[in-house]
Design a protein around this ligand. Structure first.
Ligand code: AVJ
Ligand code: FE
Length: 441
């Protein structure tokens, strides 16, 4: 969007808002009103909360802040402030009902479209204003992914449609790992128009030689860890990880079920065998870390992950995406809920990074070894609560997006974060290691 003229920018923003709203409406119309207001897991809000919350944020940032217009529902700000009420407590609040919530988000959206038409969107504030619209689109898409995770937690018959992901045609000929030679690269961005505060600014980082898995770790690989007793051997786990493994009685990825010797999984209302060639998903950071230790590897740092995903040794520059500068198109990455599962490991050859690694964007979020921390020169924008209050050792960074992440909320620089115990998100991982000195020529 950086190089669009004003009219094209308006159209682009309006289209993205509409496309995003279609997704929110589809996710909240797929179940009946009773299921909309119900809590499917204490980890999640009722779907009707997410719906009104995206409207509330849109009202606060666009109607009031950018537009300077009168508040629509100032009385409900507190109900939909994520910092006021924990997810587990949200069903007990006097929330807008399904019809009220739908009417509310429509009223807000009409005002925003009117604003977009009339707003001068020019001069010094153009970039800032365009960012505010982009931030709201991404915010809604992030909640759409959260609602998709709620759908996965819900019990009941399937209600969402999808199509099968592409096969991994040349998977057998891929190396297990690729080498990323040491040296500096530019991490983060100062130019990506919709990049959030935590992705900024661009800065040079030195990364030593490392090897990284060509694809995310598969169910088949993870099963070898599991079958070798990995869940019962504290030596593979960090101290905190083992404590959590004991407390939560972890034995397999979330949604797996041992059916007398074969593993089945529950997926959006279907029950199916665990596919060995598919990236493992619904593991927490501690499970990823234990697997990596068992495999004689480690998780990549966030710096390593981003260098593998973006660094182009031919130009010495960092790309927007592994495949280059173009926005994700179908065929390059599994994004946007087109498929309700990751594609088999090795799929999307045209989405490969210069180093040869595949599926860095899409399929599964990838746990990294890194705590969520500000880049040098970070400035909170537009509010401290977006990222800054989450910096510190309690959140781990995840990279790359999942099959449930929309294109608008996914870039080579995009940073997600969560508690290391979380398993309901669409998270898997890949491993890295520091090469032995005799491996390097
Ligand atoms: C970036 C996915 C961790 O869902 O908590 C949504 C995004 N921020 N509303 C989250 C977000 C405010 C955030 N994550
Ligand atoms: Fe939110």
């Amino acid at each position: 969007p950086a190089d669009l003229g004003i009219e094209d920018l308006r159209t682009h923003v309006a289209d993205e808002m509409q496309r995003t709203r279609d997704r929110s409406i589809a996710l909240t119309s797929a179940v009946d009103d009773d299921e909309l207001v119900r809590q499917h897991s204490p980890l999640m809000s009722p779907l009707v909360w997410d719906l009104a919350h995206v409207g509330s944020q849109e009202e606060i940032w666009l109607v009031r802040d950018v537009g300077g217009r009168q508040a629509v529902r100032p009385d409900i700000d507190d109900l939909y402030d994520a910092f006021q009420h924990a997810r587990a407590d949200r069903p007990a609040l006097p929330l807008l009902g399904p019809t009220e919530a739908r009417n509310y988000v429509t009223t807000v959206r009409d005002k925003v479209l009117d604003l977009l038409d009339r707003s001068p969107l020019e001069g010094r504030r153009l970039v800032e204003q365009a960012f505010a619209f982009g931030m709201i689109v991404q915010h809604e898409q992030q909640h759409d992914e959260t609602m998709l995770a709620t759908h996965q937690l819900r019990n009941g018959d399937p209600v969402l449609d999808d199509e099968p992901p592409p096969a991994a045609v040349d998977a057998d000929s891929l190396p297990d790992e690729v080498l990323v030679p040491g040296g500096p690269f530019v991490m983060g961005t100062s130019t990506e128009p919709w990049a959030l505060d935590n992705e900024r600014p661009a800065h040079e980082v030195h990364v030593a030689d490392f090897r990284i898995d060509t694809t995310p770790v598969t169910n088949g690989q993870f099963l070898r860890f599991l079958d070798s007793g990995g869940y019962d051997q504290p030596r593979w786990w960090s101290e905190q990880g083992w404590q959590y493994r004991q407390r939560a009685d972890l034995r397999a990825p979330l949604f797996w079920k041992d059916d007398g010797g074969t593993w089945l999984r529950r997926r959006f209302g279907h029950v199916e065998p665990v596919a060995l060639d598919e990236p493992v998903v619904h593991v927490c950071f501690y499970e990823a870390q234990a697997y990596a230790n068992w495999a004689g590897k480690r998780l990549p740092t966030e710096q390593e992950w981003e260098k593998a995903a973006r660094f182009d040794p031919r130009s010495g520059r960092s790309l927007r995406y592994p495949w280059g500068q173009a926005d994700p198109q179908q065929g390059r990455a599994n994004l946007g809920q087109r498929h309700l599962r990751p594609a088999p490991a090795g799929a999307y050859p045209t989405g490969a990074a210069p180093c040869g690694a595949r599926q860095l964007i899409g399929d599964v979020w990838e746990w990294t070894a890194s705590d969520f921390a500000p880049y040098p020169g970070f400035t909170a924008f537009p509010y401290r609560e977006y990222s800054e209050v989450f910096f510190g050792a309690s959140h781990k960074v995840l990279r790359g997006g999942s099959f449930g992440t929309d294109v608008a909320a996914c870039r080579g620089t995009f940073r997600n974060w969560d508690y290391p115990i979380r398993r309901q998100i669409f998270a898997g991982f890949r491993c890295a290691r520091t090469p032995d000195s005799d491996e390097l020529g």
